[in-house]
Ligand binder design. Structure first.
Ligand code: GDP
Ligand code: MG
Length: 162
């Protein structure tokens, strides 16, 4: 069976952009307005000759009440269906309450987690990723889903976790 990687994180951190980067094509819907991704969308992915199923998550109404709880609930479902998790945070923004909610789910689930510190578009921004060691989820991988920076190292870590 092909292993399943769930991509989780709050809206607008760049999950769908990263999914497209991994796929090498534009299939996951990216928008400046968060919340456009349906709850879960699966794609056939491959890296270094290994196949896996990539699950993009989303589908939250950014104006809904209790957004952080909704995000956490979605993450919980996606994580329960996955073999490993790619947790995406926005290194420029840092950790928010909604991120903290997802972190709690990830700790409880006990599945392998790879931490992507996204929107590190240049070397200067890399310092912003170091603070994410504090999450206790291991090494933060600085990436730019938009430009592809760091995605090779991230994917190597993903394969090691799957
Ligand atoms: P999602 O809601 O987590 O799926 O986020 P999206 O992939 O839809 O991206 C949200 C916004 O962040 C879009 O405007 C993207 O172009 C932008 N974005 C995604 N990745 C990066 C990145 O690495 N750098 C920068 N500067 N912007 C990014
Ligand atoms: Mg999305």
């Amino acid at each position: 069976p092909v292993p399943v990687l769930a991509v989780v994180g709050r809206p607008n951190v760049g999950k769908s952009t990263l999914v497209n980067r991994i796929l090498g094509r534009r299939e996951a819907v990216v928008q400046d307005v968060p919340g456009v991704t349906r709850d879960r969308v699966s794609y056939d992915a491959e890296w270094s000759g290994r196949a896996f199923t990539l699950v993009d998550t989303g589908g939250w109404d950014p104006d809904a009440r209790g957004l952080a709880e909704r995000i956490a609930a979605q993450a919980e479902i996606a994580v329960s269906l996955a073999d490993a998790v790619l947790f995406v945070v926005d290194a420029k923004v840092g950790i928010t309450d909604a991120d903290e909610g997802v972190v709690k789910i990830l700790r409880r689930a006990g599945k392998p987690v790879v931490l992507a510190a996204n929107k590190v578009d240049d070397e200067r921004a890399e310092a912003e990723a170091y603070g994410l060691w504090n999450l206790g989820l291991g090494e933060p991988f600085p990436v730019s889903a938009l430009h592809g920076r760091g995605s090779g190292d991230l994917l190597d870590a993903v394969l090691a976790a799957l």
